[in-house]
Design a protein around this ligand. Structure first.
Ligand SMILES: Nc1ncnc2c1ncn2[C@@H]1O[C@H](COP(=O)(O)OP(=O)(O)OP(=O)(O)O)[C@@H](O)[C@H]1O
Ligand SMILES: [Mg+2]
Length: 448
């Protein structure tokens, strides 16, 4: 890791040294001062083959030209060497104001933030033809902007291209410095949280036929890339893998999604669809898009919980066609299909799943209520190893008798373990267990 950081720092130092030479030459030429070259283009950029740096990989991946490298270095400068741009803050002594031709805006901390005008000045000076050529690099269709590495942020009150701020995305800065992206934090702009778990596959209790279906998803995680690329099936199969987990609450859907991420060493991001699918989706669409993009770039797993929101309770819409034609839902479904990775949707409502919806999934896994044999394993795994069971408390009988899902079993175990601790004991009592079960049944509207 520290080796990589060193390589990243060295590559950025070299690139910014070069940027500073370019800035210096451009200003000298512009002001008619003595300059060693007759164009900044004569200053060769550093060797892009600096081994092992994230910058070298970026250059290779995007085959950046020297002009494109100026754009990237300029956008990066405020992050890694803000003083490199201080020269642009100098004032025109004749007019007693900043040089219009340098563009830029002054940050609240006083530093110089480049704009498109700054980039055009560096690339072309004031020669109009050269500026027109350079401005094609600033087109929103240019790969640097399309891939969201750079962006142009229009400034309030000004609508010229030149006045838009040239900014590097957080992802680009993180990638070139730390070598990886920081994990975005949850908020309105990124409505997803990372899902983690402390359990292992051995602790996941499912009937063999369900485990087999989960194994299919694991196989895709292991070999999907090979299938789509080396085997060339990507053109026919489309990009990602969509999977629906459905079944009653507490049967292990979320747990399985977290375990799949852990197994594949991928982050799992959980989006709660019930919070997102509303009639105001227009506003959240953009935010969801940032989740999709982050997940695609970082090869994360996306987990959409409460997927019922997509097909449940959509009042007044009778046929499946109407439901999916609904604009907000249509966006999500389309985006899910274009997503280049594993997406898992989880739902409790089997009754509402129809063929039009199910056809969109490569796997549909039903998580059933556990049978007595699975319940017995769940009970055994759930108690702390430091506690003991009252003689006469037989987990085999308990498992046979009460139909509870894994999540509810955990609730009962929490309840009777706390009762034991209150008694300053480590012994779990049958009476407490019964009371715990009664409470769970009550929640579900059942009686013992
Ligand atoms: N099949 C299972 N094997 C092992 N543990 C389980 C299983 N099902 C549930 N549990 C336990 O119960 C907890 C809750 O389960 P989980 O959150 O995965 O349920 P869910 O199916 O996602 O429920 P919901 O539909 O309410 O979201 C898990 O963290 C785990 O500790
Ligand atoms: Mg869940």
């Amino acid at each position: 890791m520290s080796e990589e950081l060193r390589a990243n720092a060295a590559a950025l130092e070299a690139e910014l040294d070069w940027l500073q030479r370019v800035v210096d030459a451009r200003i000298r030429l512009h002001c008619g001062q003595e300059c060693l070259v007759d164009s900044p283009a004569a200053l060769p950029p550093p060797d892009p083959r600096t081994p092992g740096s994230a910058y070298a990989r970026l250059l290779q991946e995007h085959r950046l030209t020297p002009s494109e490298r100026i754009l990237v270095a300029l956008a990066l400068a405020p992050h890694v060497r803000p003083q490199a741009l201080d020269v642009f803050l100098s004032r025109n002594a004749v007019l007693e104001r900043p040089f219009t031709e340098f563009g830029g805006v002054v940050a609240p901390h006083g530093g110089f933030l480049p704009t498109a005008e700054t980039a055009l000045f560096l690339l072309a000076g004031d020669a109009l033809h050269a500026r027109l050529v350079a401005s094609t690099l600033l087109d929103s269709g240019h790969p640097l902007f399309q891939s969201h590495l750079l962006r142009l942020e229009p400034q309030p009150g000004s609508d010229t291209l030149g006045s838009a701020r040239l900014a590097a995305s957080v992802e680009l800065v993180d990638r070139l410095t730390l070598g990886r992206a920081r994990r975005p934090s949850f908020g309105p702009a990124f409505p997803a949280r990372r899902l983690t778990c402390e359990l292992t596959w051995d602790e996941l209790v499912l009937e063999p036929y369900v485990l087999n279906q989960v194994a299919e998803v694991r196989a895709w995680m292991d070999s999907g890339h090979t299938l789509l690329h080396a085997w060339g099936l990507g053109r026919k199969l489309g990009p990602g893998y969509r999977c629906l987990f459905h079944g009653p609450p507490g049967t292990g859907k979320t747990l399985t999604a977290a375990l799949l991420g852990r197994q594949a060493r991928r982050d799992v991001f959980r989006v709660d669809l019930s919070l997102v699918v509303s009639k105001y989706i227009g506003e959240t669409e953009k935010n969801l898009e940032s989740v999709f993009q982050h997940a695609e770039k970082q090869e994360c797993i996306l987990f959409f919980d409460e997927a019922d929101a997509l097909f449940g309770k959509r009042t007044g819409l009778s046929s499946a066609h109407d439901r999916y034609a609904n604009q907000e839902v249509a966006y999500l479904l389309q985006r899910l299909e274009a997503f280049e990775g594993l997406v898992i949707l989880a739902s409790n409502l089997k009754a509402n799943l129809d063929d039009a919806f199910l056809r969109r999934f490569q796997s549909v896994v039903h998580f059933p209520m556990p049978k007595p044999a699975e319940r017995q394993r769940l009970w055994r795994n759930a108690f702390s190893p430091v506690c003991t069971l009252e003689p006469g408390l037989n987990l085999h009988e308990v498992a046979e008798r009460y139909e509870l899902a894994g999540g509810s079993i955990l609730n009962v175990v929490r309840y009777c373990s706390l009762m034991a601790l209150q008694r300053q004991s480590r012994e779990i009592l049958l009476a407490d267990l019964h009371e715990g079960v009664r409470r769970e049944y009550q929640k579900e509207g059942k009686t013992l």
